[in-house]
Design a protein around this ligand. Structure first.
Ligand SMILES: [Fe+2]
Length: 530
């Protein structure tokens, strides 16, 4: 770290550590040694309690760069507990876990405006390489994280292994699936959202819940920070982050259940809801290993983006919440809802749709992967729920958007499309049909939908409506209602999805198994049982 010692620092330096800790106690969290008169007020803290309580994370791998993240929070559940000054945080990247061979290091500033989070984007890393990273603040050192850069754009890649996960409700169960993912040391982990849930503490109304949120439903920036910190207090989640870079998007619960654009589910005036959305998006930015280019501006934050993994995988991730038209026909499930097909409605918004359609035209890798939140494939519930045949919150409620997307996939001949989704707390593997009313219509690709990490608690082998819906939905090739995640393996010849399931999440350390597996052969649209 650079020497920023000033006469004031030296005066403070003459104080004993015990005296400084007493000061720390009085100010709440940390004694701060700060250069007087400095406009940046960069400070070296002495922490009363360990500041790296939220662990470390990395994300968005590029061939030469990956985001490194941490947040200083000695009192994580209570606003963070940091003094309101800028703090220097040292970082280092090494090619070995023991840090005998440090390849880059530097100093970042953790700012009060961003909850003392740090987003470091080292440049010039080697492609397709495993690295280890850690942070320092004051005399404290963070846990070590493992990460991996992407292959260069034109590189031939023999194999890429990534996980697909989402929907981790803190109260509903233990985050064992995150722990199991950590053990797999993936090349990256794609999170489909619902990383947190915004609801109030259950308070014992549901005796099946294994642990509790704190406080009321969350609305303010500090509320969202504290909720993220509660989730991040989970050692299994921290282990997942420390094991591999994450590629994160959000779903609805990072803000509010089933929100659509500037509308929440309670008819709050949009200009009021946007204040809440701004707080939620800022906390998302502060907590997630995303790039500075994703930083929110007021209630807007652009998270749709593209990553390339050599000639093997072209990966676009989408945002189906921020720009969508409002749900129609009651917003839950509906039958005969003609508004669902209104071409003036959109789930991506015009700008993102245009962007995606351009990406599809330039996709050249073996696998065109699109990661997003809600299932695009159709689920026809006619037999199990005659008055609620389709879910209006999914692409079934935005069928004109779906047809535009599928038609564009066909038009561009984007190679081997694979869509990833989550949200529904059920595993599905499905073929994508140009016309779901006609099982013989063209198969345009496949979709893998991850179940939840915990939402819905233990679950069952199949959902209650499965027998009723399977006959009407022959495009669905795999289903499970257990908790877990998907482990995907891409090679130049095939894409395999192993649907991992846990026997229980309401007890710690549940047993994992592969519930089923699908394989897609390159050049042959459609999934087959492995
Ligand atoms: Fe969810």
């Amino acid at each position: 770290m650079p020497d920023r010692t000033t006469p004031y620092d030296r005066l403070l330096g003459a104080l004993t550590r015990r005296q400084l800790l007493n000061i720390a106690w009085k100010v709440g969290a940390a004694a701060v040694v700060s250069p007087l008169g400095s406009s940046t007020a960069v400070a070296q803290p002495i922490f009363r309690t360990y500041p790296f309580t939220l662990g470390v994370a990395s994300g968005d791998p590029w061939p030469d760069s990956v985001v490194l993240w941490t947040r200083l929070a000695p009192e994580p559940l209570d606003g963070g507990g940091m003094p309101m000054v800028n703090i220097e945080v040292g970082w280092e990247v090494a090619s070995d876990r023991a840090f005998t061979s440090v390849v880059q290091k530097g100093v970042a500033i953790a700012r009060p405006e961003l909850g003392h989070s740090v987003h470091v984007e080292p440049k010039g890393l080697a492609p397709e390489r495993e690295y280890f990273y850690r942070f320092r603040a004051g005399g404290e050192v963070s846990p070590t994280g493992r990460t991996k850069t992407a292959p260069t754009e034109g590189a031939r890649v023999d194999q890429l292994r990534f996980a697909v996960c989402g929907c981790s409700h803190f109260e509903a169960g233990y985050f064992t699936a995150y722990r199991r993912m950590a053990a797999e040391q993936f090349d990256f982990i794609f999170h489909t959202g619902d990383y947190i849930y915004e609801g109030r503490a259950d308070g014992g109304r549901n005796p099946a819940l294994v642990r509790q949120h704190r406080g009321s439903e969350i609305y303010t920036l500090v509320d969202y920070r504290n909720r993220y910190a509660l989730y991040k207090s989970d050692p299994d989640l921290k282990a997942a982050h420390a094991s591999a870079p994450f590629v994160v998007v959000w779903d609805d619960h990072e803000v509010d259940n089933d929100y659509a654009g500037d509308l929440d589910e309670n008819n709050t005036p949009p200009e009021v809801f946007l204040l809440r959305r701004a707080a939620a998006y800022q906390a998302f930015f502060e907590t997630m290993p995303v790039r500075a280019s994703n930083m929110p501006s007021g209630p807007s934050m652009k998270i749709y983006r593209r990553m390339k993994f050599g000639t093997l995988v072209d990966f676009s991730v989408l945002d189906t919440r921020q720009y969508r038209s409002d749900q129609v026909c009651g917003g839950t499930t509906a039958t005969g809802c003609t508004a669902a097909g209104d071409p003036s409605r959109t789930i991506l918004g015009p700008e993102q749709e245009r962007w995606l359609f351009e990406q599809l035209a330039s996709a050249k890798a073996t696998w065109t992967v699109i990661g997003q939140q809600v299932p695009t494939f159709s689920r026809d519930f006619a037999k199990s729920n005659p008055k609620g045949r389709y879910s209006m919150d999914k692409w079934d409620g935005y069928t004109a958007s779906r047809q535009r997307l599928y038609a564009r996939v066909v038009e561009t001949s984007a190679p081997n499309p694979v869509i990833l989704s989550g949200d529904v707390h059920l595993h599905y593997g499905s073929d994508l049909k140009l016309d779901y009313a006609d099982p013989k219509s063209k198969t345009v690709g496949v979709e893998f939908t991850n179940t939840s990490i915990t939402s819905g608690a233990d679950g069952a082998d199949v959902n209650a409506n499965w027998e009723a819906i399977r006959g009407d939905n022959p495009h669905i090739k795999y289903h499970s209602a257990r908790r877990g995640y998907i482990a995907c393996t891409a090679t130049p010849s095939a894409m395999r999805a192993d649907f991992k399931v846990l026997d229980r999440v309401t007890v710690p350390d549940g047993t994992e198994r592969v519930g089923g597996a699908l394989v897609v052969e390159a050049g042959r649209p459609g999934a087959e049982t492995a």
